[in-house]
Design a binder for this molecule. Structure first.
Ligand code: HEM
Length: 321
């Protein structure tokens, strides 16, 4: 029995070996090109049909080996089963990893896409430079020729070249803190002088005053023509306060000026200017606007010099400068 069994087994092995070369050759031949597998798979099925149970595992090996495409179709000549069989077997093993990899790639792509928007957002992050917003200057103040200490200071801070009205001097330096504080000194009776708006009448701008006094022969002293410069004493000055029909005189730097013609031109207002009338206004003048060139502005208003009481005769002076 044992011998019989062995012989049967041997015979089976021999038969198997005799068949084997055929598919082994096909196997080796197909191992090289991984390209089109479906046809071989179909052939295996066709072989199955023919031989009953052609080893399915062998076919799987060929498929998994990604091998023979051409030889098998030529053997069976059955195109339809091949086409159907190949997609079944090969798809599970081969394409799955490939496709699995692709989705895997997709997922990382998505992950990458997530960071990508952030950099894109980062690229979009820098906002465009905003255009410098220039605040519109209050044209009304310039047209109305109003001058306020606070208003002028704000305008000067906003624009390097503020639109000044006729009541503003373009040559005047910017206001200083000392000037602003001096407005509220105890000497100033009207504490609201710094915030008060002064409206100059038309034709009474600093430029108009400059035109009026431009001529060297301009005489705004309020004295009879040809009157020489006077020696003005304190008693004389006291009477020239701008009241009771008399002109307003003041002393600036030892010189006596008739400030009456300048009253409607004064950017600080007539009341402020009249505070210096009938007295020495040098200190007041210096406290408010020491930068103002009073000598040049009031040259046509020069009356004389300020002298002590004993030196003054109320008479005329022959010449000054
Ligand atoms: C007497 C000769 C004076 C002349 C020639 C004169 C001239 C001027 C000028 C040109 C301005 C404009 C300054 C600017 O825009 O920066 C001005 C403003 C002013 N002046 Fe006089 N002034 C005189 C006397 C006085 C006196 C005695 C006072 C007061 C005590 C006074 C009080 C003021 C005030 C409060 C302002 C306004 C300042 C401002 O708006 O910032 N001024 N004056």
């Amino acid at each position: 029995m044992a011998l019989l069994g062995l012989s049967l087994i041997f015979g089976a092995v021999v038969l198997f070996c005799m068949r084997r070369p055929a598919w082994l050759s096909s196997l080796f031949a197909g191992a090289a090109p991984p390209a089109i597998e479906p046809p071989p798979a179909k052939q295996t099925k066709g072989a199955d049909d023919a031989s009953g149970h052609v080893p399915l595992p062998e076919i799987r090996h060929t498929d998994t080996g990604l091998s023979p495409s051409s030889p098998r179709p030529s053997e069976d000549g059955q195109a339809t089963p091949k086409a159907s069989a190949t997609p079944r077997d090969p798809t599970p093993p081969v394409p799955v990893p490939a496709f699995s990899l692709s989705p895997a790639d997709n997922t990382p792509d998505t992950t990458d896409a997530k960071p990508s928007p952030s950099p894109s957002a980062s690229t979009l992050m820098p906002p465009p430079p905003r255009p410098p917003t220039l605040r519109p200057t209050s044209t009304s103040s310039s047209t109305t020729t109003t001058t306020t200490t606070s208003a002028t200071s704000t305008l000067r801070n906003r624009n390097p070249l503020p639109a000044r009205g006729p009541g503003c001097s373009t040559l005047a330096p910017p206001p200083t803190a000392t000037a602003a504080t001096t407005l509220n000194t105890p000497n100033n009776t009207s504490k609201s002088s710094s915030s008060r708006t002064i409206v100059l009448k038309p034709g009474h701008s600093p430029l108009d005053w400059a035109r009026l006094t431009a001529s060297p022969t301009a005489d705004l002293r309020g004295l009879p023509p040809g009157t020489p410069y006077l020696r003005v004493t304190p008693s004389m000055l006291k009477r020239m306060t701008g009241r009771r029909g008399k002109d307003a005189w003041t002393v600036l730097g030892g010189k006596v000026y008739n400030i009456t013609p300048y009253l409607p031109f004064h950017p600080g207002g007539e009341p402020e200017l009249l505070r210096a009338a009938g007295r020495d206004g040098t200190r007041l003048f210096g406290e408010v606007h020491p930068w103002v060139n009073w000598e040049g502005m009031l040259a046509a208003c020069l009356v004389g010099i300020y002298v002590p009481e004993e030196e003054g005769e109320g008479g005329e002076m022959e010449a000054m400068d």
